[in-house]
Write a protein that binds this ligand. Structure first.
Ligand code: NAP
Length: 257
C-alpha cells in the first residue's frame, strides 16, 4: 500500500486527485484549512474505497502550517510516496488593486510552501529510491498574468529544474498546468466566468487522469487536453505584447471590489 499527501484536498482539483488516488487503492493524507470538510472527505473516501485517509489541518500561508506538513513528509516510519502540491487561490483584482500583503500570501502558498514541501518529500523519497511529486501550476505560467502567473511560472521552472537534477534517483517531479477547470477557484477569487468560452472548461476528474498518466510516462511538464496543448503551441508563437491583452480579456473579469 502506498500513501499520497494532497494539499488543497477539500475542493476542486485536489478533491479530484483524492478521489482518483483512493479509487486506485492509495492511502491518503488530506491537507487544507477546513478541518470539518477534510474529515467529511476522509470518511467518504475510507467508506467508499477501504483506504486509510488521514486529516492534516494546515494553513500553508503560515509558518506553522508549512512546518507541520514538512514534518509529516519527513516521517520515515510512515513514508509518503506521492506528494501533490495543489493548494492555491487567486486574488481579486489586478496589480495595485491587491494589497502587497495579499500578494505575499500568494507567494507563500504558491512558492514557499511548494519549495519546502517538495524538498522535504523529495529528500525522503531519494533515500528510498522512489516517489513522485506533482506541483500544480497553470497555463497562466506561460502568459503575463500578474503575481498569479508569475508564481505559477516559478512552479514550472522550479519543478522542471528539480526533475532534471533528480534524474536517475527514482523520484519523478512534474509540473501540472491546467487550463480553466470548474472548481471553487473563480468564485473564491471573486472572478466572473461568463466571458470564458464553454470549450475552454476542463473536467477535474479527466484532468487528474491525464496528469497521472503523464507522471507515469516520466514527463516533467503536463498540459492536459489537446485543446490546451494546441493553445500553448500558439502562445509560444505569439508576441508577449499581444498575449497580455488577450489573456486580460479572458478570465480576468472581477466583480465589484
Ligand atoms: N480552477 C482553475 O481553473 C485552475 C486553473 C489552473 C490552475 N489551477 C490551480 O489548481 C490548484 C487548485 O485550485 P482549484 O481550482 O481546485 O481551487 P479550489 O476549488 O478553490 O480549491 C482550492 C483548495 O486549496 C485549499 N487552500 C487554499 N488556500 C489554502 C491555504 N492557505 N492552506 C491550505 N490549503 C489551502 C482549499 O481548502 P481550504 O479553503 O479548506 O484551505 C481548497 O481545498 C491551485 O493551485 C490553482 O492555482 C486552477
Amino acid at each position: 500500500m502506498t500513501t499520497a499527501l494532497i494539499t488543497g484536498a477539500t475542493a476542486g482539483i485536489g478533491a479530484a486527485f483524492a478521489r482518483r488516488l483512493a479509487a486506485d487503492g492509495h492511502d491518503l493524507v488530506l491537507v487544507a484549512r477546513d478541518t470539518a470538510r477534510l474529515r467529511e472527505h476522509a470518511t467518504e473516501l475510507h467508506d467508499g474505497h477501504g483506504i486509510e485517509a488521514t486529516v492534516l489541518t494546515a494553513d500553508l500561508a503560515t509558518e506553522a502550517g508549512i512546518a507541520a506538513v514538512e514534518e509529516r513528509l519527513r516521517d520515515r516510519r510512515n513514508p509518503v510516496d506521492l506528494l501533490v502540491n495543489n493548494a492555491g487561490f487567486g486574488n481579486k483584482g489586478r496589480f495595485l488593486d491587491v494589497s502587497v500583503a495579499d500578494e505575499l500570501t500568494m507567494l507563500k502558498v504558491h512558492c514557499e510552501a511548494v519549495l519546502r514541501l517538495t524538498t522535504a518529500a523529495a529528500g525522503a523519497m531519494r533515500e528510498r529510491g522512489r516517489g513522485g511529486v506533482v506541483n500544480v501550476a497553470s497555463v497562466a505560467a506561460f502568459v503575463p498574468r500578474g503575481t498569479y502567473g508569475a508564481s505559477k511560472a516559478w512552479v514550472v521552472q522550479f519543478t522542471q529544474g528539480a526533475a532534471r537534477d533528480m534524474a536517475g534517483s527514482g523520484v519523478r517531479l512534474m509540473a501540472l498546468c491546467p487550463g480553466f477547470v470548474r472548481t471553487e477557484f473563480h468564485q473564491r477569487a471573486g472572478m466572473g466566468t461568463d466571458n470564458i468560452p464553454g470549450w475552454m472548461w476542463l473536467d477535474a476528474d479527466k484532468l487528474v487522469a491525464e496528469a497521472l498518466a503523464d507522471l507515469a510516462r516520466g514527463k516533467s511538464l503536463s498540459v492536459p487536453d489537446p485543446r490546451y496543448k494546441a493553445l500553448m503551441g500558439v502562445v509560444k508563437l505569439t508576441p508577449r505584447s499581444l498575449l497580455g491583452g488577450l489573456t486580460s480579456r479572458t478570465g480576468r473579469k472581477y466583480g465589484p471590489q
